[in-house]
Design a protein around this ligand. Sequence first.
Ligand code: E4P
Length: 217
Amino acid sequence: MQLFIDTADVAQIKEALSWGIVDGVTTNPTHVMKTGRRPLEVYREILALTDGPVSLETIALDAKEIVKEGRKLARLGKNVVVKVPVIREGLKAVKELSADGIKTNVTLNFSPLQALLAAKCGATYISPFVGRLDAVGHTGMDLVRQIRTIYDNYGYETQILTAAIRHPEHVLQAALAGSDVCTMFFDTLKLLYDHPLTDVGLDIFLKDWAKAVAEAK
Ligand code: E4P
């Protein structure tokens, strides 16, 4: 399973890439707003850091405009993935962008039928927002499981990019459900390494090693 970092914070992306476990980046307008910087400047810096897929979101709501914006974003780098909302005009645009060979990430996905339509339009990725579904009393991961079944039933190649991840358990459940990718915040990525027994065990080994060296004749 691929792991993406979900942010537009260049320092965090740089640090996470150095760990060797991050395969790509997803951004959105909220992430860009939080940087307080010009979007194009941020996008260029991110693209200079990695050859992995980098999702950049379109803002237009009309298919023609989305295609125009998507083509412009795609020109920023070979690894750009154009992120498009799962609305009627958005999917029209995805069909056109896909026909041009431009990779797309269909975002704001909250239903399995939306995911089916995205696959029919040739989307490269579908992004189910599991944490936002959990927050309104649904089980977000059910959506991932349903999409997996639908895509497998019909052989769709669209990759499931589980998003709006809130904690490592989401990542585990997504992996068990057969999600192709998970995108998450820097802090969640860090948590994937942690287990208290690892810390306790390491502490014992280090102390015992120090004793072994001190006591050796
Ligand atoms: C995914 O690509 C989105 O950027 C992200 O996961 C949005 O989720 P959130 O704003 O609910 O965290």
